[in-house]
Design a protein around this ligand. Structure first.
Ligand SMILES: Nc1ncnc2c1ncn2[C@@H]1O[C@H](COP(=O)(O)OP(=O)(O)OP(=O)(O)O)[C@@H](O)[C@H]1O
Length: 238
């Protein structure tokens, strides 16, 4: 489970800046939260801040409960514990970035399995086979990323982001390059895998209609000025 209170960041280039604030959020293990907002409203910034890639300017609390342990991420951030944060990211976080992020010099299989190798964890071949078959990329696993379409890379990138069963999955527009059939397949698989492996997931998407009937909790970006936004719940949590 993930609990965040008052986390904010300002990004600036020259004289212009943009601030993003998340007043509070709780995501339970197995729950999928959708992040919505207009282009430029700060969705990727929010994910990168929650994913400990961008350092917030302000943070009241940020805790992650994993295996009956409570990790005080806010204190680690405030104390600049870079190594500990990097370990937490590698072990407990899964990222699916907008750009795919597959390494060009590794095959699709090796890209997907890289996190397990780095964490010295055993490969669950049944799970690997299930996921690549489910997303119809079993015939591509020995190819290199450049030999795949963007949509195929996106599907491989999703499997890579969850293969080590992270506590938190952060996915930035995971279906942006997919046709409707594959987009549905991927969304359903995200929900299924989150529930099955107790993954708390935060998914940025513009694919509003596709997820409207899935009953997922939604955080929406609200512009508080031309240079700032706040992420607020669209509805109260059950
Ligand atoms: N590296 C950066 N330095 C300074 N400002 C940035 C940087 N990256 C993004 N911004 C600004 O921060 C704001 C939020 O950007 P962000 O990429 O988080 O938006 P987004 O909601 O994910 O957009 P999109 O839906 O188009 O991907 C934008 O106004 C953008 O110009």
């Amino acid at each position: 489970m993930l609990t965040i209170n008052q986390i904010a960041i300002s990004r600036s280039t020259g004289k212009s800046f943009f601030s993003v604030c998340l007043p509070n959020l709780t995501v339970k293990a197995g729950e999928v939260v959708v992040i919505q907002g207009d282009s430029g409203a700060g969705k990727s910034t929010l994910l990168e801040m929650v994913g400990m890639i961008l350092k917030p300017d302000k943070i009241d609390s940020y805790n992650m409960a994993i295996d009956h342990c409570d990790i005080d991420i806010a204190t680690l951030i405030k104390q600049n514990k870079i190594d500990q944060l990097a370990n937490i990211r590698a072990k407990y976080l899964g990222f699916m970035l907008q750009t795919g992020g597959l390494l060009p010099f590794l095959t699709v299989r090796d890209n997907i399995l890289l996190s397990l190798k780095l964490l010295q964890k055993k490969v669950d071949n049944n799970r690997f086979d299930y996921l690549v078959q489910k997303l119809n990329i079993a015939h591509l696993i020995n190819k290199y990323p450049k030999q795949l379409s963007i949509g195929e890379r996106q599907r491989a990138s999703f499997i890579r982001s969850i293969i080590h069963k992270p506590a938190l999955l952060l996915a930035d527009e995971p279906t942006s390059a997919l046709d409707p059939y594959n987009a549905n397949l991927l969304f359903d698989l995200i929900i299924e895998q989150a529930q099955q492996d107790n993954i708390a997931a935060m998914i940025v998407t513009h694919d509003w209609q596709r997820i409207a009937d899935k009953g997922l909790f939604t955080l929406s970006a609200k512009l508080t000025s031309s240079q700032s936004s706040e992420f607020l719940p669209q509805q109260d949590k059950a």
